[in-house]
Design a protein. Sequence first.
Length: 137
Amino acid sequence: MKEIIVLQVGQAGNQIGHRKDTLSFKEAMRNGNIKCRCVLIDTEEGVLNRLHSSAMGNMFDDKIELRAVSGAGNNWAVGNLEYGNAKVGEFIETIRKLVEECSSLQAFFMIHSLGGGTGSGLGSRLMEELSFEYDDV
């Protein structure tokens, strides 16, 4: 079986990802027997807190969640350079733990915005780092 790791980056990435999961896992949510293989990443806590308090909150493992509190201020450079430089090692290590749980990793599926700070800036930095670390995926 092929496996995919989902990376939801920033406010838009987490909101769109939440909607995707709600539609995709509606039946599994009723049974409560599924955990998403997903890394939630944001530089503000609001969206992640809402995801955890939603009906799907128990599907996400908060140990594979990366958050900060000050935000990127809709600034690509802050997301890419400030948070990217400070946190990229931590992000790659968290993702590596998920990769090690996979028997046949096929792809990373990143959901992020192309504007703003966290989704665009940090998302593009993370994509660049993943292309170096996992050039065969």
